[in-house]
Each structure stands twice: as C-alpha cells, then as structure tokens.
Design a protein around this ligand. Sequence first.
Ligand code: URP
Ligand code: ZN
Ligand code: ZN
Ligand code: ZN
Length: 473
Amino acid sequence: MSTVFIHGGTVVSTTGAQPLDILVEGETIVALLHPGSTALGADLRTTADTVVDATGKYVIPGGVDGHTHMQMPFGGTEASDTFETGTRAAAWGGTTTIVDFAVQKPGERVQDTLELWHRKAAGQCAIDYGFHQIVGEVNDESLKGMAELVSEGVTSFKLFMAYPGVFYSDDGRILRAMQTAADLGALLMMHAENGIAIDVLVAQSVARGDTAPYFHGTSRPWQLEEEATHRAIMLAELTGAPLYVVHVSARQALEQIAVARGRGQNVFAETCPQYLYLSLEEQLGAPGFEGAKWVCSTPLRARAEGHQDALWRYLRTGDVTTVSTDHCPFCMKDQKEMGRGDFSKIPNGIGGVEHRMDLMFQGVAKGLISLERWVQVCCTAPARMFGMYPRKGVIAPGADADIVVYDPKGHTSIGYGKTHHMNMDHSAWEGFEIDGHVDTVLSRGRIVVDGGSYHGSAGHGRFVKRELSQNLL
Ligand code: URP
Ligand code: ZN
Ligand code: ZN
Ligand code: ZN
C-alpha cells in the first residue's frame, strides 16, 4: 500500500492546533506522530512513497460542503457545473466531500430520482460525494420512499416553503414529512421563505416596472424568511423532527433559530459565504443587469440592516452550525440573461464551491472567527450533521485521508481567469483577495492538488453512504 507522510505542519481540529506529523497508508490516516518523538518520524521522511513538507502551514481535514447543486435542472435551464467540473473545482479549493441534492418533482418517485442522480455522478467525481433528497411532492409514496432512502445512505430530506408550483410544500405536507423524518431519525432540511407571499410581491414588483435584479431582493424581504423559519421551527417542535434550516440570510431568522436552540430544540442553521460578505446594495444593486450574477434565494440582504454582522456573530457563538456554498452556478450568457427585463425569470443561484475554504479563512485572518471554528463549520460539523463522521471531517487514525495543507502566509486572488475552475463565465467573487492559500489537497490518500497543479481524475470520488447522525445537539 502506498504511503504519504505529511510533516512539519500544525494540525488543526475543532479543539485546538498542534504540531503533528501524519502518516497515510492507502486511503486512510493510520497515525499522528509528535514531531521528533520517534525514530519512525525521521525515517518516514525518506521511506514514505510521498513526502509533503507542511512546515509553517496548517493541516486541516478536507472541506465538507453539505449543499451543492451540480447540473440541477432549475428555472428553465440547468446548473452549469457538471459533477465532473464542479467536483474538480471543489478539489482545487480544498473541499473533498460534497453532499448534493437529488431532486424529486411532482409525479416522480424519490427512489427513481435518487437513481438518476447516482447515474449523473457515477464515474464523474474528483472527490467523494453523498446525496440529500429533495422531496418535491409529499404523498404516501414519497413518505414510504424516505425510509428506503435512509437504508441506502441518504439520511436527510429537503423541503421548500418557497417556489410554489415547483418544489413548494404546504404546512400539512411539511407536517407529514416531519413526522416521517422524526420516526426515521432523519434530518429535515428546510428552505424557509414564505413563497406564497413572495409570489404576490414579485408579481406586484414586475407590474410596477421594477424588473431589475435588485428587486429580486426587495420582493423577498426578511420578514418572510423570519416567518417561515419560525413556522418550520414550530412544526418541527410539534413533530420532534430535527430541523436544519438551509442558507439562512436574515438576522431575524437566525434569532428564531437561536431562541429555539436555547429551549433545547434540535434546530440548526446553515449559512453561506455570500450572506456573510455580499449585500443587496452592493451586489444585487450593481448597475444595469450585473446584479443578476447574485440572484439567489434566500436573497442577499441589506448591509444597512445588519444581517451580515449578525451572521458573523452567530457563526462565532455557535448558533450557525455549518457553512456550505449552495453552489448552484449559472452563466450570464443564455442563462442569467433569461431574466433581462424580468428578474423573476433569472435562474436562482450563485457558484462558489471552489472558494468556501478560502473565504472562510479570511474570517480567521480578520479575527472574526477562530482557526478552530473555521475547521468546525467548514469540515467537522457538516461531517457530523450529515452522518459521515469520523470517516470525514477529522484528522485522526482510521479516518479517510482527506487532508488539506493550507498556507496562512500564501495569497489567493479570486476571480475569473485567476483561480477560477468552475464552469461559469463570470465569478460572483471577482476581486476578493484572501490572506491564505490551498497548497496541497488529498482525497482518500491521493494527492489531487499540489503546487498549483491538478492531479485528480473523474471517477476517483466515491459515493458516501451516510449514517443517521446521532446526538445532533
Ligand atoms: O438560489 C438558490 N439557492 N438556488 C439553489 C436552490 C435552493 O433553493 O437551494
Ligand atoms: Zn433552497
Ligand atoms: Zn440550494
Ligand atoms: Zn501557497
């Protein structure tokens, strides 16, 4: 079995950082060695098949992005990254596992849609991948299907309070799906926005002639995120389902989640880098049609209302559990362009699977979160939350050798034509400068990125059969 020895670095976990050398055999981490403590460590520098010098660098678990949409049909088109291009971009950015969403639409069987997503991903992925299931139609059959999916390693289910006529579930259907999730011990994920009220505001905005991308934001106000989040929390409380609220962007929605957690309820918030850094005024409000690049739901929020600051604060204190990307890329040409003159026809989504680890490290560099919290929200917590721990999300003997060597003295200039490997004709992160750099990435023991070169291959990534996550709080 081939061996990799990573020496000289500082291994970061959720509880601290210490100098440790790492021995990998095949696909697995087999030992952590205190540098200089054994003759073995000195020997391995010459005897290991591959030696990585991590002196002066952080060594962290590979990133786990719990929310992506590769090649998802949506808004009359399809997300522009395939499993191949999207997972390669993820690897470049230090993410070694994604959990993508299989999509059930009305009239389809969840088992069939999962099968379809398996076919899309099989043989294509550069890194490991799992699936959540979107339940677009809650009925007797899909509820029965949920049990079957859990036994196949798909242990989380997303419902939508938004997008009437597409994915939307009413409260009765939500209640039934939550009862089933509670019975199974499965995680219920919620897109919490009041889509019925939003559709009225959208129609009114377009009728008034307020059709620019900016009005996507103003027609999805925070009140309708707070309201839906509260409703989801109450339905989850009633049924006992663990609840994971995806892509939270409003301060007030987070306050609802923090209160529920304070009561001891199993409720978790996910946010995304776009909600921490970007805003209604600056991005959605960019001149002309530019703002279309940042049309996503929940929307980017007004900086003047303090959402971004609140998200960083909750991230620090623990009431935001995970940071995912909600990677759902669309090109401007032929895709976002569909909504020129009517923002409601702009396909919703931002691409960012490549930049999450860097963007969140910038929070460390700026002193907004600790090094340990960076690893927790980007790697360990999503692995635990989605039933992949301790195989993923931790550097420990027995874990998969998914490892990132991160250089805090390095520098990353994000932008199209710079560090961009996603299949998009623009970057939502153009001009972001990061005080850090992904140097080396291992996926199950194989070096996939090193020294600015890509060594991965489509098909290396395998499906991860996930467990039910125990002990969620
Ligand atoms: O705008 C977004 N978030 N697009 C992806 C689908 C979703 O709602 O997560
Ligand atoms: Zn969503
Ligand atoms: Zn999403
Ligand atoms: Zn570097």
